[in-house]
Design a protein around this ligand. Structure first.
Ligand code: UD1
Ligand code: UDP
Length: 355
């Protein structure tokens, strides 16, 4: 069976890598990698192919940036041509970015089965573009691969047939466990103690009245320990547009996977609004302050080191002080976050394709 594996934006690359690798071992599956080009900077895309050993995409749609409708529509137009030409038996999409939703819609309308990896996560906040992408993708998917029991419950509540849901674990953690030793062995020039920051959610960075107090909190933290901030292009653009100060904060370009994982694994604390970082810090045992009001990944709070502090200066600084005084929960791995999720996924796909 021919399978189109879709990637588009940074967090997709670490999710698809173990699936592509596992599919290569299956003689009955032909994996074809499609990159939509949603992310295109060297540091937001190509570096991950090198770091994670992902093969060069077989097809590159080159869609680039735009409004939600522009980007989604461009992906759909280009991906439809690929589907018509390649006639795949399955389309695999990962995560919750625009590329995930756009390719699911195209495949579903061409009656090509869709597998969604990381299905069922819900923040219950439809102001997040990702929540819309998750809802639409899961409504259309024929195979729903989940990372946690709460995701299974969410899907069942939405009326998804239990036979379509497969609790397989977390492919992002497959990648982390595979590359951790290599990342930690890198020689990276870094302070002994430091806070590692990433920010890119529109709700935080597109509004100066939300972004300013976050940056003020980071400046305050930088008086205690260095603050290292690999800055996402969306955020860099906004900081400059709004004329905000980054005093005291060490901003750097976005990092490749291995270098970033090196910094993440020995950080004193991570402050972020990323989805993936909540999961990675849970496995690394690093305190994570999530600068959001909600999370679609509640196991990182119940099992992990994550605390929801919101984009609130006082709460960020209170939590930071608690980390510095050593008061933090230890965290432990959620069920099946064991490095074998991609094996389970490919096993299910092979079973189904053989029927
Ligand atoms: C996207 C995803 C988000 C994910 C994030 C990961 C959607 C709706 N959002 O957000 O879920 O968490 O990626 O990083 O799919 N830009 C560049 N170079 C690039 C890519 C983007 O300069 O390689 C700039 C452009 O100005 C662009 C802006 O960043 O307009 C936003 O990019 P976009 O892909 O629309 O959304 P992200 O904020 O990156
Ligand atoms: N990441 C990276 N370099 C960076 C910032 C993040 O390699 O400079 C990795 C991070 O370790 C994780 C993934 O990118 O594996 C998370 O992606 P992102 O935060 O962009 O998206 P989200 O998870 O919020 O969808």
């Amino acid at each position: 069976m021919k399978v189109l594996n879709v990637v588009g934006a940074r967090p997709n690359f670490m999710k698809i890598a173990p699936i592509v690798e596992e599919m290569k071992k299956a003689p009955d599956l032909e994996g074809i990698l499609v990159h939509t080009g949603q992310h295109y900077d060297e540091g937001m895309s190509d570096v991950f192919f090198r770091d994670l050993g992902i093969p060069v995409p077989d097809v590159h749609l080159g869609v680039g940036s735009g409004t939600h409708a522009e980007q989604t529509a461009r992906i759909m137009v280009e991906f439809e041509k690929v589907c018509v030409q390649q006639k795949p038996g399955l389309v695999v999409v990962v995560g919750d970015v625009n590329s995930t939703m756009a390719c699911s819609i195209v495949a579903a309308k061409l009656r090509i089965p869709v597998a969604h990896v990381e299905a069922g996560l819900r923040s219950f906040d439809r102001t997040m573009p990702e929540e819309i992408n998750r809802l639409v993708t899961d409504a259309l998917a024929d195979l729903l691969f989940t990372t946690s029991a709460d995701a299974d419950e969410n899907l069942k509540h939405e009326g998804v047939d239990a036979k379509k849901i497969h609790f397989v674990g977390n492919v992002m953690i497959d990648t982390l466990l595979k590359h951790r030793a290599k990342a930690e062995a890198l020689r990276v020039d870094k302070p002994k103690q430091y806070a590692l920051v990433t920010l890119h959610r529109p709700s935080n960075v597109d509004d100066p009245n939300v972004l300013r107090p976050i940056l003020e909190a980071l400046e305050e933290i930088s008086r205690s320990i260095p603050v290292i901030f690999p800055i996402h292009p969306r955020t860099a653009k906004r900081v400059s547009e709004f004329g905000l100060s980054l005093n005291g904060i060490r901003t750097i370009d976005p990092l490749g996977y291995l270098e970033f994982l090196n910094l993440e694994s020995t950080a004193t604390v991570v402050l972020s609004d990323s989805g993936g970082l909540q999961e990675e810090t849970t496995i690394l045992g690093v305190p994570c302050l999530t600068l959001r009001h909600n999370t679609e990944r509640p196991v990182t709070i119940t099992h992990g080191t994550n605390l929801m502090v919101g984009p609130d200066k006082t709460r960020i600084l209170d939590a930071f002080r608690r980390v510095m005084s050593g008061e933090w929960k230890p965290g432990g791995p959620p069920e099946l976050w064991d490095g074998h999720a991609a094996e389970r996924i490919v096993r299910v796909i092979r079973d189904i394709s053989g029927r």
